[in-house]
Design a protein around this ligand. Sequence first.
Ligand SMILES: Cc1ncc(COP(=O)(O)O)c(C=O)c1O
Length: 394
Amino acid sequence: MKYEVNEKGFYGDFGGAFIPELLHHNCEELKEALDKYSDTEEFKNEFDLLLKDYVGRPSPLYYAPNLSKKYNTNILLKREDLNHTGAHKVNNAIGQALLAKRMGKTKIIAETGAGQHGVATATVCALLDLECTVFMGEIDIARQAPNVARMQMLGAKVIPATSGSKTLKDATNEAIRYWINNPETFYIIGSVVGPHPYPAMVTKFQSIISEEIRFQLNEKYGKETPDYVIACVGGGSNAAGAFYHFLDDENVILIAVEAAGLGVESGETAATTIKGTEGIIHGSRTLLMQDKDGQIVEPYSISAGLDYPGVGPLHAHLFKTGRAEFLNATDDEALEAAFLLTKIEGIIPALESSHALAALEKMNFKPQDIVVLNLSGRGDKDLETYMKVSEKYS
Ligand SMILES: Cc1ncc(COP(=O)(O)O)c(C=O)c1O
């Protein structure tokens, strides 16, 4: 497959495992376990059953009548917001936790930005009796407080990351540092980032999203492919999952939406593919925002889950080859879109997903187009932010 990872963990020029020697064994061990277990009937049955009965899959593919009318086309929302724990993150957390169990691991670590991956990991750890530690930037702890409380109630230890911009990148740095010092732990990475085999593994566990979209479209329209698939990109896991089974259908237009923050040229942005150059972050070669000395440029977005200076290597490859089109939305545009969806469809989206919704304004659809938008999460965690600005947007 043209967009599939190769043996060495590369998507074209991007990916690989650029890690300290001390983590080499962990990544090798993980790769072996992934190869040994993840395609067995026994593993797939357990994964599928949990996705069905615990998460509530398949998530609906909802024809949004009012949004469709507004944009004069056919918009279908893939309702990952309806999953148990409120976002797509749980698909991947379950997959990795099932692997950890089979590897005999009892201690789990994770990083989180918006807190959704932290909550998903804490949830699965409660279910499978695993000890859970979550690293989270201090700023994110403040802006996603409901998710911090949920993680704590679920029995996870939440450790603040206090360096840099005190957001997702810094939480990931802390988690990697801890992993180096505690190699017996299993690190459940929450996006399609990190050293090989993480990007490919997370894509695999999230690919259930596009697998379902195909059969749901077939049920509704008698064909499996839409004209467009739109998803927001932080590290890129919900987009990877929503795109995966369409990558080789070149007639399906893939739209990835990054967070522009205060504006692409404002210096306060997380629009990685536009502002980024090739380099290495968190163990893989990809596009990232860096200065001429290779130091990371601190990202900014109102959305904790998109506030990251890199993208996963698959997305860097999709960008470079032109297979996916990369757009971006500012804080302001995302907030507009969040209030619009709430008002006309009665669905409060996560701030991250609102960036994907904001892209609808920038497109030129035909009335007969079928547009699938991955609604990656629900907005409960963002209510405080929404309430602060509600006068302006409602
Ligand atoms: C609801 C939601 N959507 C999207 C994201 C962005 O992550 P990714 O790009 O890996 O899907 C997050 C991250 O926390 C999230 O919580």
